[in-house]
Ligand binder design. Structure first.
Ligand code: PGA
Length: 240
């Protein structure tokens, strides 16, 4: 079976010591060859996280990057800075960025172009707003977020479908429905690029439910928030 992407989004959950202890625990217990494991800590700890993981198969990623390449943009973190620190992946357009920091798809597309041009793998989160018409919403958004992107980047893009009602709420979307949502990501990206991208799901996945999602054909992996806070739980999900 193809490797799945198992991504820990550590959000603002952990300080430096906690992040590095979490990583050490993960590396001690996880089988690093079973799946593609990505850990996204605070940008401040990417350098140290990279040093700990560099001879392993665990990849380190950023949780966001700037819309700008460089210049007078106080407080921003550029994709190239992330890359220099050792990140090979970056999450873009997460629902918390959209909701709390007013990011829209034109901002997300700019970030995507910058990240891909630097060789980063981009986890592009769709807005996941519609509960009923999600198939049409996904089709329209994927088209918007791939406009002008060269098809050669298809395998460096991982679309993440995270319905807003499922993020951090304890209520995830039904695995079968997620499978149909991700099938639409694959259909649309195949239409746009000539080959489909990866498609993953996020939203209240936990150790009990993860295997139900990973069984589904179109689900290439999981983006995990709360359930990744405990390294041993996240490690178990990585081994499913
Ligand atoms: P959650 O978060 O697993 O806590 O719902 C997922 C995410 O925000 O990426």
């Amino acid at each position: 079976m193809a490797k799945k992407w198992i991504v820990a989004n550590l959000k603002l959950y952990k300080g430096k010591k906690e992040t590095l202890n979490w990583l050490k625990e993960l590396l001690k217990i996880v089988d690093q060859n079973k799946n593609n494991i990505v850990v996204c800590p605070s940008a401040l700890f990417i350098d140290e996280a990279y040093k700990l993981t560099k001879n392993t198969n665990v990849k380190v990623g950023g949780q966001d990057c700037s819309t700008y390449v460089d210049g007078a943009f106080t407080g921003e973190i550029s994709a190239s800075a992330l890359s220099e620190e050792g990140a090979s992946v970056v999450i873009i357009g997460h629902s918390e960025r959209r909701r709390l920091f007013f990011e829209n798809n034109s901002i997300v597309l700019k970030k995507l172009e910058i990240a891909l041009n630097l060789g980063l793998t981009a986890i592009v989160c769709l807005s996941g707003e519609s509960k009923d018409d999600y198939v049409n919403e996904i089709d329209a958004e994927v088209r918007e977020l791939t406009k002008g992107i060269d098809p050669s980047f298809a395998k460096k893009i991982i679309f993440a479908y995270e319905p807003v009602f499922a993020i951090g709420t304890g209520v995830s979307m039904e695995p079968k429905l997620v499978n149909s949502a991700l099938a639409q990501i694959k259909t649309t990206t195949k239409d746009v690029f000539g080959k489909s991208t990866f498609a993953i799901y996020g939203g209240s996945v936990n150790l009990e439910t993860a295997s139900e999602f990973l069984k589904e054909k179109n689900i290439d992996g999981l983006l995990i928030g709360k359930a990744s806070k405990d390294a041993s739980v996240f490690a178990k999900i990585c081994e499913l």
